[in-house]
Write a protein that binds this ligand. Sequence first.
Ligand SMILES: Cc1cc2nc3c(=O)[nH]c(=O)nc-3n(C[C@H](O)[C@H](O)[C@H](O)COP(=O)(O)OP(=O)(O)OC[C@H]3O[C@@H](n4cnc5c(N)ncnc54)[C@H](O)[C@@H]3O)c2cc1C
Length: 126
Amino acid sequence: MISGDTIDLYASKIVVAAGPWSDELIAKDTPRSLKRLRPTKGVHIVYQGTISTNAFLLQSRQDKRIFFVIPFKGNSLIGTTDTDYDQGPDDVKVEEEDIRYLLQEASRVFPNITLNARKLFPPLPD
Ligand SMILES: Cc1cc2nc3c(=O)[nH]c(=O)nc-3n(C[C@H](O)[C@H](O)[C@H](O)COP(=O)(O)OP(=O)(O)OC[C@H]3O[C@@H](n4cnc5c(N)ncnc54)[C@H](O)[C@@H]3O)c2cc1C
């Protein structure tokens, strides 16, 4: 990278430690290699204001997954989701469905608070 030169390296073993990019990297060397990963997307959202001063470990009713509601710098961290995602680690986006899932599940546990997507931090673009 520094000089722009290309050099050959030799090794008996190569460890690929590229996390969610591992399949992409291996495919550059072996285009027909089997995929090794089953990537998933984990979304957290930051909700304006303190939903509770305590941290909660909760179980979702929809899919029985564990998620958290945690006070975070005057706001509340809610998450995570964990959904299959095979569109590449560089293109991960939060989708409306992710937000709806987290707000629905958190609302169920805090029925006295009306959680809505307009109170995310930072606010969603119009
Ligand atoms: C928001 C979030 C919360 C998480 N929370 C938890 C948790 O609470 N508990 C838990 O156990 N796990 C958690 N994880 C998962 C955990 O972070 C990963 O499982 C872990 O970091 C994977 O480590 P890794 O070394 O395999 O890959 P990574 O940490 O992803 O490292 C891969 C590295 O390879 C580099 N790279 C990619 N392509 C190339 C290339 N072509 N050439 C050179 N370098 C390359 C990348 O830049 C990166 O630095 C969380 C992940 C996220 C995103």
